[in-house]
Design a protein around this ligand. Sequence first.
Ligand SMILES: NC(=O)C1=CN([C@@H]2O[C@H](COP(=O)(O)OP(=O)(O)OC[C@H]3O[C@@H](n4cnc5c(N)ncnc54)[C@H](O)[C@@H]3O)[C@@H](O)[C@H]2O)C=CC1
Ligand SMILES: N[C@@H](CCCCNC(=O)[C@H]1CCC=N1)C(=O)O
Ligand SMILES: [Mg+2]
Length: 261
Amino acid sequence: MALLTPEDLANMTNALVENDRLITELTDYSLDGLCRKIYGTVPRNEKIAIIPVTAGNGIIGSFSESLLFTVQHFGMDGFITENTDVAGYYEAVTNGADIILMADDLAYIAHNLRNGKIAHNQICTGRIYAEILCHAKDYADDKDVLVIGLGKVGTPALETFLNEKQNVYVFDVDSKRVDEILTDYPVFKYDPAKEPKSFFKIFEATPCADTICESALKENSIVSTPGIPLGISDELIEKYKVRVVSEPLGIGTLSMLYDVF
Ligand SMILES: NC(=O)C1=CN([C@@H]2O[C@H](COP(=O)(O)OP(=O)(O)OC[C@H]3O[C@@H](n4cnc5c(N)ncnc54)[C@H](O)[C@@H]3O)[C@@H](O)[C@H]2O)C=CC1
Ligand SMILES: N[C@@H](CCCCNC(=O)[C@H]1CCC=N1)C(=O)O
Ligand SMILES: [Mg+2]
């Protein structure tokens, strides 16, 4: 499980605002508007409690604060409990929370206490970053998309692309995982050595840098990636004028909230 660090979150507030602007430019939907469209839900003044959790590697500096920024930035009512863990859960519920946000090292969830809906960060993150590419207006007629990283975030992204009738090409360094995916899903294996192919739309979700090779890029490609660190070099971004949607926590969090409204 790749855990965030306080350094990953240091520029999160700017990144959320900048990426919202880029998403609007690329799709004609604001991030908020795109979440409303894909989930078919709207916020109704729910009270959102953020509970710090000390399990495992423990509390990550700025994590709870980053969630509170996201909740408030999109006009919702949130608070961080003073207590952590079970005492924090009790504090959240007795203070009227409608939705709980909390994370240990294995799962980051949103749970709506009123309607019972529950959302998982890895699923909602894969989904929203994929939907951003599916709604890219410049490439509405180009159905080809490359998915790099077929893990807990990349697999829900792949499923989203298939639901949106995209032609999905997949790549992962774990060839066993590629074989599993090729067996389970109607997708194409991306093998640049055998069949070079470039894409206007690339999704990446790996914990590695430089995973997007030059031969996969076209001029003005869009890379939509929750992956940390960033999977494309500054040099290639500049050379191919790549638009990059990449943010450490807020985009995925908003997707989770709309999934449980
Ligand atoms: N920005 C955000 O909101 C979020 C970011 N993340 C980040 O997304 C990344 C992926 O997370 P998970 O899917 O949970 O990880 P995972 O470990 O389940 O999957 C990662 C996949 O990438 C593959 N991979 C590793 N190195 C590669 C390379 N060089 N080229 C191609 N494939 C490679 C692995 O074989 C694995 O299948 C992590 O960096 C995680 O921190 C996760 C959740 C939210
Ligand atoms: N228990 C800690 C939070 C732990 C979060 C670990 N999970 C990640 O870092 C995932 C979530 C999105 C990207 N990676 C706290 O309450 O401060
Ligand atoms: Mg995010």
